[in-house]
Design a protein around this ligand. Structure first.
Ligand code: DQA
Length: 152
């Protein structure tokens, strides 16, 4: 059984981009952390990042199919700035009926006002915010915990 860990725009810059906010861990490090956690849970990670909204939408559609086919429990998703802008990604998750745990490295609620609203949260199974990159580990554990309910 697999789990998708999906990252949106600018997360390829993790480690060098605003380290005072996002830390110095790279996305490659996050991938390794996710693989380790997933292995403990008996899951296989598919790890993807894109800066392009359309690509992310296509992957969400694809992954809805994986879940429906019983091959995946869903996705951990850090949508980056698309969180605050994208109705298209909201609709993609809803349309694909993809179980998603929304994950943010920083506590978006103690940052700028424009980061306080999420288009993704209303279609997320759960949300992890403000625990740094450890949030991906928490999100994987949370999704795994939800999985039987999310599948029925
Ligand atoms: C982020 C928070 C977003 O507001 C921001 O645009 C990001 C990263 C986070 O992980 O804290 O790109 O999703």
């Amino acid at each position: 059984t697999s789990v998708l860990v999906l990252n949106g725009p600018n997360l390829n810059l993790l480690g060098t981009r605003k380290p005072e906010v996002y830390g110095t861990t790279t996305l490659a490090d996050v991938e390794e952390m996710c693989r380790k956690t997933a292995a403990e849970l008996g899951l296989e990670v598919v790890f993807r990042q894109s800066n392009h909204e359309g690509q992310l939408i296509d992957w969400i559609h694809e992954w809805g199919g994986e879940v429906k086919a019983g091959r995946s429990i869903g996705a951990v998703y850090n949508p980056g700035a698309h969180t605050h802008t994208s109705i298209a990604l909201h609709d993609a998750i809803e349309g694909a009926e993809l179980p998603v745990v929304e994950c943010h490295i920083s506590n978006v609620h103690r940052r700028e006002e424009f980061r306080h609203h999420s288009f993704i949260s209303p279609v997320a199974a759960g949300i992890i915010v403000g625990f740094g990159v450890h949030g991906y580990v928490l999100a994987l554990r949370g999704l795994h915990q939800l999985a039987p309910a999310a599948r029925t």
